[in-house]
Design a protein around this ligand. Structure first.
Ligand code: HEC
Length: 193
């Protein structure tokens, strides 16, 4: 199902169901979620690219390690959306473990890539009832580009120093062995309705 169709299915379902939110409101949540996710990618990606050009992959590990969580929490504070980064194969299981909803969507993203769809065009959002309340959730794949291969590509392609550093910092690292165009993980945002 395309994201647009999914969105309309969601909106129709919600409007016909609880009736608490108007279709316009939900469309606005979808757009806002998309914007917040894009902001995260832009900020962190920009920082990573600058650092990679200036100092190379070894020093840039710092950006992923500290700036990733930092950008996520400062955006959360500023926007009211809870922002995080998750993956089916985490480098840092303490921060990157998906919940059940994220897990299901990530599996779908992977299946769609296997069927030949471009991950860059994928996104998904819907209203989700959880024990803690009702949320609007939005999720967008983080796709493996050339730059990412320096730290997430096949082990033999990583420089020896990067490999050593990662082994020291991340004893439970499952985030190597990726190839171009694969879904490395996702940026995921949610806010209470
Ligand atoms: C310089 C090395 C480096 C590069 C380049 C890099 N990453 Fe990472 N990445 C890391 C490190 C280190 C972590 C663990 C961060 C932490 O401690 O939370 C990480 C974590 C992640 C996570 C969070 C989930 C997890 O596995 O813990 C995602 C998603 C991710 N990277 C995607 C990407 C994408 C997409 C690119 C390319 C645009 C990329 N990374 C480029 C080093 C890198």
């Amino acid at each position: 199902m395309t994201a647009r169709l999914a969105l309309f299915a969601v909106l129709a379902g919600v409007v016909a169901g609880a009736g608490a939110q108007s279709a316009d409101e939900l469309r606005r949540f979808y757009d806002d979620g998309r914007k917040v996710a894009a902001q995260f990618v832009q900020q962190l990606g920009g920082e990573l690219r600058r650092e990679m050009e200036a100092t190379g992959p070894l020093r840039s590990i710092i950006v992923c390690k500290f700036s990733g969580p930092e950008v996520a929490s400062s955006l959360s504070r500023m926007t009211g959306w809870r922002v995080s980064r998750v993956s089916l194969r985490t480098r840092n299981p303490a921060l990157g473990q998906p919940d059940a909803w994220e897990h299901r969507v990530l599996v779908e993203f992977d299946q769609r890539v296997q069927r030949g769809e471009k991950a860059e065009a994928m996104e998904f959002g819907e209203v989700v009832k959880e024990p803690g309340g009702t949320y609007f959730r939005y999720i967008k794949p983080l796709v493996v580009e050339k730059l990412c291969l320096n730290c997430h590509g096949p082990a033999e392609g990583l420089s020896a120093t990067v490999r050593e550093r990662l082994a020291l910092d991340y004893p439970f690292d499952k985030a190597i062995g990726y190839s171009l165009g694969q879904v490395r993980g996702a940026v995921t945002v949610k806010r209470p309705l």
